[in-house]
Design a protein around this ligand. Structure first.
Ligand code: NAD
Length: 393
């Protein structure tokens, strides 16, 4: 089991048994459609209002049998799953694992929210050095404002797993990382171990999201990038996706979907996006096609990547020129508006849903159309051209 606490809760238990903070709206009751292999006790423990160290409350007049009946109903999928009107992105009964969530500013968080809004149960994988602060912030309610879903309920994260996607299994972890104090207190965080723990906890998942990247020399031009920096960028930003699929596909239900995040620097020159990160994104896109074939044929799993426009995330701010890229997009993209993380989240929810059942091996651009431009129309050479400006009404 992962050595982390489980923030949030998913189940509506009978009122006398839980505090108000544990109550969630009816729309957040999960459907455990595919997981009968897990024991009832394990399921109870995995539900976050009962932590692994806290026994199920027996005092204060709780009707335990009633509670159990209630939980069993939620887990059995026998809840009244009514068809929604229209053509909705309906992910009720699906479980998603999102790798690369460590705050509420990035694409991973936005994708988690959109998947949750569509009804999916949310598990996240958080980089070990960022785990403590993320869990503490979650617990203290620092993210509560950004947890609000369109229906007014709060996004619930059923479990946070420590993860370092640069390591596949314990044998790969070097001594200096094993003894690093930022890793002390966490265990089972290599990709293989996380997949095994998710399997123990929940049996299966339906959606896998890779929203992580790292390039230690990203601020250096490619010509000045070391072999170490280049390979580290590929390892953290590209191979990590291959590794996640390798270990998670065996616990994914057929018909499932996987999504990663890429950037236009994979195919066009973006000065400033260095350190081998452009190469890493090219590899990620190429792998998306090959993995789509392999995962599609063998497991009926779809593999897509979203080429997202610029967002002021923590990782992007570290590169140092994100505001320039946002300004450039505002000036030059067909749609003259700032891209929101939610727009990428919603595209991911669509791609993960049955509505996208024939889409695989694709690079899907969610960037206000910037990728389609052949020139930057804000260049002074175009000053005499009558270029339409958006009507920002
Ligand atoms: N922000 C942008 O402008 C932009 C544009 C296009 C694509 N993207 C891509 O979106 C994805 C998410 O990035 P973001 O910009 O939302 O920033 P972010 O900081 O929210 O996400 C990056 C995450 O990667 C995690 N991470 C780093 N190394 C890791 C490792 N070894 N194991 C596990 N997790 C690790 C970090 O802790 C962080 O949570 C990345 O793939 C990024 O390249 C971002």
């Amino acid at each position: 089991m992962a050595a982390t606490a489980t923030p949030g809760t998913q189940i509506v238990a009978p009122k006398p048994c839980i505090s108000a903070s544990h109550r969630v709206s009816r729309s957040r009751i999960p459907y455990f459609g595919h997981e009968p292999k897990v024991s009832f006790q394990t399921k109870l423990r995995s539900l976050s209002f009962i932590s692994a160290t806290q026994p199920f409350p027996k005092s204060n007049g709780c009707d335990l049998l009633n509670s159990e009946r209630h939980v069993i109903k939620a887990m059995s999928g026998s809840s009244d799953k009514q068809p929604l009107p229209g053509l909705p992105v309906d992910l009720r009964g699906k479980r998603a694992f999102i790798a690369g969530v460590a705050d509420d500013n990035g694409y991973g968080w936005a994708i988690a929210k959109s998947l949750a809004a569509a009804g999916a149960e949310i598990l996240v994988g958080t980089w070990v050095p960022a785990l403590n602060i993320f869990e503490t912030s979650l617990r203290r309610g620092k993210f509560d404002e950004s947890r609000v879903l369109p229906d007014g309920s709060l996004m619930e994260i059923t479990k946070v797993y420590p993860l370092d996607a640069v390591y596949d299994c314990p044998e790969d972890v070097p001594e200096d990382i094993k003894t690093n104090k930022r890793y002390a207190g966490s265990s089972n965080w290599t990709v293989k171990e996380v997949a095994e723990t998710v399997k123990q906890d929940f049996g299966t998942i339906d959606i896998l999201v890779h929203s992580l990247a790292n390039g230690p020399e990203v601020t250096k031009p490619l010509l000045e990038t070391s072999r170490y920096g280049y390979l580290a960028a590929i390892s953290a930003s590209s191979y990590s996706f291959v590794s996640l699929l390798k270990y998670f596909i065996p616990i994914m239900n057929p018909g499932g979907a996987t999504i990663s995040l890429t950037y236009i620097a994979s195919e066009k020159i973006i000065p400033g996006y260095g350190g081998g990160m452009s190469s890493a994104k090219s590899a990620l896109e190429s792998d998306t096609r090959v993995l789509a074939f392999e995962a599609g044929r063998k497991h009926n799993i779809r593999v897509n990547t979203i080429s997202a426009g610029p967002l002021r995330s923590r990782a992007a701010k570290a590169i140092g020129f994100i505001d320039m890229m946002i300004d450039y997009s505002l000036e030059n993209a067909p749609l003259q508006k700032e891209l929101t993380a939610e727009e990428v989240g919603n595209a991911a929810a669509f791609l993960a849903s049955p509505l996208a059942s024939a889409i695989t091996g694709a690079v899907v651009y969610v960037d206000n159309g910037l990728n389609a431009m052949g020139v930057g129309v804000d260049s002074p050479v175009f000053r005499d051209l009558d270029i339409p400006k958006s009507n920002k009404s």
